[in-house]
Design a binder for this molecule. Structure first.
Ligand code: ACO
Length: 280
């Protein structure tokens, strides 16, 4: 915990025990945080606890972190939600999703709040002060695909396969993945991918814009390191302002976007002149 966090009583980062129970590993070195989904015996399937802990990680990252890399342990990114979440037993003491519904004790508002809480594990990856990278080997199914979609960059090994499995299971994709999917591939291709629940391989992902880059399996780590080096070479404050600007572009009119560019640039120029004056 940083001194500032101690002084303000801010929340502490998840403990090793909390991370392990959530099936996650976390390492932070300088400006780079690496989150690994680490339940290889379940093909890195994730639970509600995985996502609330991911949100916790996001809330407690040191302020100097600029890059977050998410990957899966071994030869798979993630098999998606742990299907035991839908059984009465649940997972390792975690409440089953269906329990309250089956008992009639969960109302619509509670269910909405529960899903919103899970979505927080994915939403923070859009923060403008971070660039998030999914490093994908093998399958990224359902929630795993949505997690990769939540990141800014998807760097794929050539064995990567995306699949939006939810409709095949009677569900909808609800972990924040539908918006980036449509933003990237358009509504028609998104309908086809989701409603067939087919596997989209690495080459096709590159062709339709889902993959930022596709490399050989042995080159994945190096490609991620190269991307990190390139991202860190850019001015940190300009990177934050630019990501914020790009994120609003699709929803803004040209007039609104021009105004946003002017405002952001005024902020950058003012900061640059202040720095020059302070240095002279
Ligand atoms: N939840 C719980 N356990 C899982 C999951 C999962 N999503 N995926 C795999 N496992 C378990 C298997 O039950 C198996 O356990 P066992 O050794 O005790 O029998 C173990 O992981 C290995 O799984 P295999 O199927 O043998 O591994 P394989 O490499 O052949 O296949 C694959 C991997 C393709 C990921 C396959 O396991 C699969 O299709 N899993 C289900 C994917 C799924 O439907 N996810 C939910 C999508 S919807 C959503 O995420 C909201």
């Amino acid at each position: 915990m940083s001194q500032a966090q101690q002084e303000t009583g801010a929340r502490q980062a998840p403990t090793e025990e909390e991370l392990t129970r959530a099936g996650l590993r976390l390492s932070v070195e300088g400006a780079v945080a690496r989150i690994t989904i680490a339940r290889p015996e379940r093909r890195n399937a994730m639970t509600g606890r995985t996502w609330t802990t991911m949100a916790h990680i996001g809330q407690t990252l040191p302020g100097d972190v600029r890059i977050v890399v998410i990957s899966g342990e071994g030869d798979i990114f993630s098999a998606g939600i742990d299907l035991n979440m839908f059984t009465p037993e649940g997972v390792d003491g975690e409440r089953s999703i269906i329990d309250g519904l089956a008992e009639g004790t969960t109302d619509d508002a509670e269910l909405d709040a529960y899903i919103a809480e899970l979505q927080e594990g994915f939403r923070w990856l859009r923060r403008p002060d971070l660039v998030t990278i999914a490093a994908v080997r093998g399958h990224a199914i359902g929630a795993g695909f949505q997690l990769a979609l939540s990141c800014d960059l998807r760097i794929l090994a050539d064995d990567a396969r995306f699949c939006m499995k939810e409709p095949a299971l009677g569900l909808v994709p609800d972990l924040t993945g539908t918006k980036p999917l449509v933003d990237i591939v358009g509504v028609h291709r998104a309908v086809e991918i989701c409603l067939t629940a087919r596997k989209v391989g690495a080459e096709e992902s590159r062709e339709i814009g889902l993959a930022t880059l596709v490399v050989g399996v042995d080159e994945l780590d190096g490609a991620v390191d190269d991307a990190i080096a390139g991202l860190l070479a850019v001015n940190a404050d300009a990177a934050v302002a630019t990501k914020a600007l790009l994120q609003q572009a699709a929803d803004n009119t040209l007039e609104e976007q021009c105004a946003a560019e002017r405002k952001a640039q005024a902020g950058r120029l003012t900061a640059m002149v202040k720095a020059m004056t302070a240095g002279s």
